[in-house]
Design a binder for this molecule. Structure first.
Ligand SMILES: [Zn+2]
Length: 287
């Protein structure tokens, strides 16, 4: 049974610095304003990322990219309202079929048991009721580290509750609810329509709309209306990764972007508590 008097805690597991800004930033901020403790686990340092902002594509920045990305992550996490950032300590595996894949220290090549053990330790220390991670279907963006985040998260939730697994990693803890972050098709459609309505060339071509839609699997929608500045501020904090001129992220005026699909969508993958679907609160059934 869930302890309804326990302080609420949320754990987000992401692959790279900047993923916490593009997935769930408004959700985490909303709960932060309610006093929910939020912890971010970032599995890799994002070392394989390229500098995607031409204004910052300079040798002195490229040389110290890992440090720059750590600074960007700290700035983004502060804007979003994470209480703590835990680095799981793996190297970025790079995009599929790139040389970074071969690095033995990369996240995708790390022994599964070892990575699961590291996450179990964080879960048992933080004791979150709710864990946010990535889903089982990543065909539209098959980054090896994102697929690994899913595998490690689901295995760690199961292992964390089992006293016989990783006994050295702390007292067992059962995570009550697990959610998978979804980029809704509805969001893309609204964005595309806004580009057309504003007479701006849309970056969403047919290929975008041929990607599999997960909208029919969405169980849980969080209203993040009014939190656009937080979401955009966190993205902009990742200045080497997010080009402020990118049509995909910032091709529309801020006042338009603020009104587009002001929701963040999730698939509820695990729940040990009674909470009817659809939901508008990750902690439904826990308070
Ligand atoms: Zn990523």
């Amino acid at each position: 049974m869930a302890d309804r008097d326990a302080p609420l805690r949320l754990l987000s597991v992401h692959a790279h610095p900047d993923d916490e800004a593009s997935k769930g930033a408004g959700t985490v901020h909303k709960y932060h304003l309610e006093g929910v403790r939020s912890t971010l686990v970032c599995c890799t340092g994002g070392e394989a990322g390229e500098i995607l902002n031409p204004a910052l594509d300079r040798p002195e920045i490229a040389e110290r990219l890992p440090e720059v990305r750590a600074e960007e992550l700290a700035a983004s996490a502060a804007i979003i309202g994470f209480d703590e950032v835990v680095m799981l300590g793996y190297r970025d595996s790079g995009m599929p079929d790139t040389p970074a894949n071969a690095d033995p220290g990369c996240f995708a090549r790390a022994p599964l048991d070892e990575a699961v053990g590291r996450l179990v330790e964080v879960i048992r220390r933080e004791r979150p009721q709710v864990l946010l991670t990535y889903g089982d279907d990543q065909r539209w963006y098959p980054h090896p580290d994102h697929i690994r985040v899913y595998e490690v998260s689901m295995a760690a939730v199961e292992a964390s509750a089992d006293a016989d697994r990783y006994p050295e990693a702390g007292e067992p803890w059962e995570v009550a609810k697990v959610y998978w972050s979804v980029w809704a098709r509805k969001r893309m459609e609204e964005m595309h329509r806004a580009f057309v309505d504003n007479g701006i060339e849309s970056p969403f071509d047919d290929a975008w709309f041929e990607r599999p839609s997960h909208d029919d699997r969405i169980t849980t929608t969080i209203d993040v209306d009014g939190l656009y500045e937080i979401r955009a501020g966190a993205l902009r904090a990742h200045a080497t990764q997010i080009d402020p001129e990118s049509p995909f992220w910032f091709g529309l005026p801020d006042e338009v972007l603020a009104t587009i699909h002001p929701y963040e969508d999730y698939i509820r993958a695990v729940s040990t508590v009674d909470a009817d679907l659809p939901e508008d609160d990750l902690f439904a059934g826990l308070r």
